[in-house]
Design a protein around this ligand. Structure first.
Ligand SMILES: *[C@@H]1O[C@H](CO)[C@@H](O)[C@H](O)[C@H]1NC(C)=O
Ligand SMILES: *[C@@H]1O[C@H](CO)[C@@H](O)[C@H](O)[C@H]1NC(C)=O
Ligand SMILES: *[C@@H]1O[C@H](CO)[C@@H](O)[C@H](O)[C@H]1NC(C)=O
Length: 979
């Protein structure tokens, strides 16, 4: 299957001028003409030129003509190689013994039990290996690195088909933002290689997640953004970008290198449809101080419409077509010896890459989201006759599979995020079921990181999620290995665990599709990448493929409703609901959680609910329905080994204040910052106080999806870009509007500010000075305005102050400030630090200062300088940030950054517990996103059994891929929602 698709672009080329040219060439050859003369001319150049009046450049021009016929792809004898071109002399051979090997063969279904032998940068054997066959005698064994992996899963290295590693490097610094050129709409001449920063902190982190190869694409600010390059992530002895390249295209350094057998490596090209081409025109104002995410989210304020973009594409391709036709006509004449008036071979350095697209020698990678964009793109491919390797992001592809099937040559693969959606209009109809729907329509699905948009260290998590939402396991694993290798035109050497392929492989600590799967070791070109990796021990069941729930109905609805299926919950139509098949009941008390029922083997409990209240739980015998339902209608829901758990709480994103991040009209907007600008007098001037509750919007899609994933409540603070935020609020994610009973859970929770650079003025010291001044306002100071009152209350410990801060230096300053204010006022401040990436450096001091931590994001990444000292967790460190802080008795919660990810909170906490290797219990994990978080954010009213929402899961507990959330019990609202 891989082979066939690989050949398609070439077969598909039959109708182009190149084909006609080939035809003429054959005829010409038959009548003994200048090609033979050309061969003679190589032997006797001087003599020959004089004799036939060949122009001086004839030799060169004919060579150029001949090179037009070389197809892209590996030479037929590629697998005869005995050593990889990337082999590093001195690398010891390795035998992985006793492995469970996912090879990628048979449509991703082949699993072998046995050994893997790697040497010379190549996989030399898989399965039952007799080392004597490799000539390894006693001496050979002395050099051999033998590792018994005790039945561990081994897969090919992960291939990321869409990354900005190195070009959008981390931590993001103004001096190293090289992924978007803003100089024009069409720029096929640019090369991502030219910006590849070898000092990106992400290389080591992504390798630690099993990523071995990545396609580094230019950004998406242009319709044609330039040429992309495939790299292997490992360090090279030369330390240069060039030495990281995998099968570099010819011509990168003017040497026009071609390997034996007429092999021409594939080239790669970035295109982007839709909203993206709108940055151009922002000019120099645009180049500094924007995070990658912000740049992606700016939206179509400036620049081109879709009509402009596609005209620009057509103009560019028309230009390339003209050059191609000139070349072919030239070569027909040259080969026929008709040199008179022919001139030099027609070439244009700016357009040659696009001409190569038309010659079928470039893998076109196109960022393209909506039905309209995909339709535009596919018409373009048919007008100019070139295939597309993959459409990327493609959030509406699952709604228009037939459009993709009409693409010139072959349907593109679809490169998607699993659940990252709705961040802009083009992504609004994105569905978690896209992967399964696309594959059911016969399209190849791959997952991608868009690193650092998603941290590619966790690219495998994308595969786990598409599997959770219904993509078969064989295809989910293929989506990170064999299929992206095929998208890159490199499936002859990466993406499979097969004899003759590159020795890029990962040994996993669990089944790769189990939540939290982490490499035990990663090999690139046969070189082990992890020094003294820390391996966490996991429960045995994690060695098996998770049994994921059924989402057939939801997937069908996604298509029926064109990406916007109704999500508002339906109330159960009876007052009594009986949950059967319950394995575990975890309920909140005051500020804590406890597992109050846990079924023994071969037994399952029941939970009886009346008007949203649990009235009885335990064994079926102990909790019989006859006791209460007294003839009334009872709705019975079999949880099939599921659980009742506390509803989760989300914090950290604008969820509840914003529907589509890039569309300002869908949200509340940003507050005035009295520290950096003028606040109108009508609002209260510098003393204005802003309450998030006044801007709450309900029934947003991210909120309702979160609700359906067990996140029943959110706390949100006013959206801000400076120091000052305002007063937070707590609300129900499942409510239809603000006036619904129980929609607003707590009007005011805590006071929120941010201290840090965040790419803006004023200085951190100025922000601290402002905070000090505000917290020290005297209680009897009559002059204080509205805004100062919450600060004064925070300074007196009456409400918590929640400070967003990332660097250890700012955290240390906040610790001192807290002591200073407490010393002067004689009261205790309730301080919570949010973000806190570098908090692990000060764990003892934070504990001593009695400061709480909300770790956001829950898996750290050095996105900016203030976050650069991450504690990465296994396999790079034994400790995780969360486990370390908990071990110091610090109250810890977790936060998220973007609203779409609220729904994934259950997996975030499940993963945090797994990574801690038994040091965080299930109950402690749940507390990270419920009771702990609530306490840290000043949410106070819900910490009792009487008022807290509960979640019913079917098939397993809330924290695992085995289960599906099927209901929410709300004593507060007196009802049960069933999904
Ligand atoms: C590959 O696997 C998928 C899912 O398991 C299946 O639907 C499809 O038919 C398989 N394709 C081939 C060619 O076997
Ligand atoms: C040009 O690049 C190719 C591919 O990386 C390499 O093999 C060759 O040595 C380079 N030549 C020079 C002169 O740098
Ligand atoms: C850059 O910003 C300045 C000041 O805000 C503005 O006057 C100017 O028009 C902007 N330039 C462009 C190209 O947008």
């Amino acid at each position: 299957m891989a082979k066939r698709a690989h050949n398609l672009p070439m077969n598909a080329h039959s109708a182009t001028p190149l084909r006609k040219f080939k035809g003429k060439l054959i005829i010409t050859l038959a009548v003994l003409t200048s090609l033979q003369l050309y061969l003679i001319s190589i032997s006797f150049p001087t003599l020959f030129r004089r004799a036939s009046r060949l122009p001086l450049h004839a030799e060169h021009s004919l060579a150029r003509c001949a090179s037009l016929n070389v197809a892209a792809g590996p030479p037929a004898n590629f697998h005869d190689r005995s050593e990889s071109d990337r082999f590093v002399a001195g690398t010891k051979p390795t035998l992985l013994h006793n492995a469970r090997i996912w090879t990628g063969e048979n449509n991703g279904t082949e699993i072998l039990h046995g050994d893997v032998f790697i040497d010379k940068g190549i996989i030399q054997g898989v399965g039952n290996i007799d080392l004597r066959a490799f000539g390894l005698d006693a001496d050979g064994f002395a050099e051999l690195n033998v590792v018994d992996v005790h039945g561990a899963w081994v897969t090919p290295g992960i291939v990321d088909p869409h990354s900005h590693l190195g070009d959008g490097s981390s931590p993001s610094l103004d001096g190293a933002v090289d992924d978007n050129s803003l100089k024009g709409t069409i720029q096929p001449w640019l090369r991502s290689l030219d910006g590849l920063n070898t000092h990106d902190d992400s290389y080591a982190l992504s390798i630690a997640g099993g990523v071995t190869t990545a396609l580094v694409l230019p950004g998406s600010a242009n319709a044609i953004g330039g040429q992309a390059f495939t790299i292997k992530l490992r360090k090279s002895a030369e330390r240069s970008p060039t030495s990281m390249l995998l099968e570099p295209p010819r011509d990168i350094n003017g040497t026009n290198h071609e390997t034996a057998g007429g092999h021409l490596p594939w080239r790669q090209m970035k295109h982007a449809c839709g909203e993206q081409d709108n940055f151009v025109g922002l000019g120099s104002n645009f180049t500094v101080s924007w995070t990658l995410q912000e740049r992606i989210l700016v939206g179509r304020v400036y620049g081109d419409t879709r009509m402009d973009t596609f005209w620009a594409f057509r103009q560019a391709y028309d230009k390339a077509r003209q050059i191609l036709e000139k070349q072919d006509a030239y070569c027909s004449a040259a080969v026929a010896g008709q040199w008179t008036g022919l001139g030099e071979f027609p070439e244009d350095l700016q357009w040659e890459a696009l001409v190569d697209v038309l010659r079928g020698r470039v893998r076109v990678q196109t960022h393209c989201y909506e039905a309209v964009d995909l339709d535009d793109l596919i018409r373009l491919t048919n007008e100019f006759k070139f295939p597309i390797a993959a459409v990327h992001h493609a959030h509406e592809a699952y709604l228009v599979p037939d459009v993709l099937k009409r693409a010139y040559g072959h349907p593109p693969a679809v490169a998607i995020f699993a659940t990252n959606a709705r961040y802009k209009r083009e992504a609004y109809r994105g569905s978690e079921f896209a992967a399964r729907i696309l594959s059911e329509n016969g399209l190849n699905v791959v997952v991608k990181s868009d690193h650092p948009v998603l941290n590619s260290r966790y690219l495998l998590y994308e595969a786990q999620q598409v599997h959770y939402y219904g993509l078969p396991a064989n295809l989910a694993l293929a989506a990170t290995t064999t299929l992206p290798a095929q998208v890159l035109g490199l499936e002859h050497r990466i993406g499979y665990l097969k004899q003759g392929w590159d020795a890029d492989l990962v040994v996993w600590d669990s089944h790769p599709l189990a939540l939290g799967a982490t490499p035990v070791q990663v090999f690139i070109d046969g070189i082990p990448q992890l020094d003294a990796p820390h391996v966490v021990s996991k429960p045995d069941k994690f060695q098996d493929l998770p049994k994921v729930p059924n989402f057939d109905r939801e997937a069908e609805e996604a298509v029926t409703f064109e990406g916007l299926p109704p999500l508002l919950p339906k109330r159960a139509s009876t007052d009594f609901v009986l949950f059967t098949g319950v394995r575990s009941v975890i309920l909140p008390g005051r500020d804590y959680l406890a597992e109050l029922f846990s079924a023994q083997e071969d037994e399952a409990g029941v939970v009886a609910v009346q008007n949203g209240d649990i009235i009885c739980y335990g064994t079926a015998a102990a909790c019989s329905l006859d006791n209460f339902a007294d003839g009334e209608r009872v709705r019975v829901v079999d949880l099939q080994g599921g659980a009742i758990s506390p509803g989760l709480l989300t914090y950290g994103s604008p969820l509840g204040l914003q529907e589509i991040e890039a569309e300002s009209s869908t949200g509340d907007g940003r507050v005035f910052d009295p520290l950096t600008g003028w606040v109108p007098k009508l609002v209260g001037g510098d003393d204005s106080i802003v309450r998030a509750v006044d801007a709450l919007q309900f029934a947003g899609r991210d909120a309702l999806l979160a609700y359906r994933a067990g996140v029943t409540k959110a706390i949100v603070a006013p959206v801000h870009s400076g120091f000052y935020s305002g007063l937070g609020t707590a609300f129900s994610t499942g409510a239809a509007h603000k006036l619904e009973d129980g929609a607003v859970v707590q009007e005011v929770t805590a006071l929120h500010v941010s201290v840090g650079h965040f790419g803006r003025e004023p200085s951190v010291s100025t922000q601290i000075a402002a905070l000090r001044g505000l917290l020290l306002k005297l209680p009897d100071d009559d002059s204080i305005g509205a805004a100062s009152k919450p600060f004064r209350d925070a300074g007196r410990g009456l409400i918590p102050i929640v400070v967003e801060a990332y660097s250890a230096d700012v955290i240390a300053t906040l610790i001192l400030l807290k002591k200073e204010v407490e010393g002067k006022t004689g009261t205790t401040i309730k301080m919570t630090i949010v973000g806190a990436t570098e908090a692990h450096l000060l764990a003892e001091e934070i504990a001593e200062a009695d400061i709480g931590i909300i770790f956001k994001p829950s898996r750290p990444f050095p996105a900016v300088w203030e976050q650069r000292r991450v504690l990465p967790g296994p396999p790079l460190s034994k400790d995780t940030e969360i486990a370390l802080l908990l071990s110091h008795n610090i109250t810890v919660g977790i936060g998220i950054e973007e609203a779409w990810s609220a729904r994934n909170t259950r997996f975030d906490v499940g993963w945090a517990a797994l990574e801690a290797g038994g040091r965080i219990s299930k109950v402690q994990a749940l507390a990270l996103a419920s009771t702990n978080l609530e306490v840290l954010l000043g949410g106070g009213v819900e910490n009792s059994l009487r008022t807290s929402d509960l979640v019913a899961t079917q098939g397993g507990d809330l924290l695992s891929f085995d289960s599906k959330v099927v209901g929410v019990l709300s004593p507060r609202r007196g009802s049960v929602d069933l999904f």
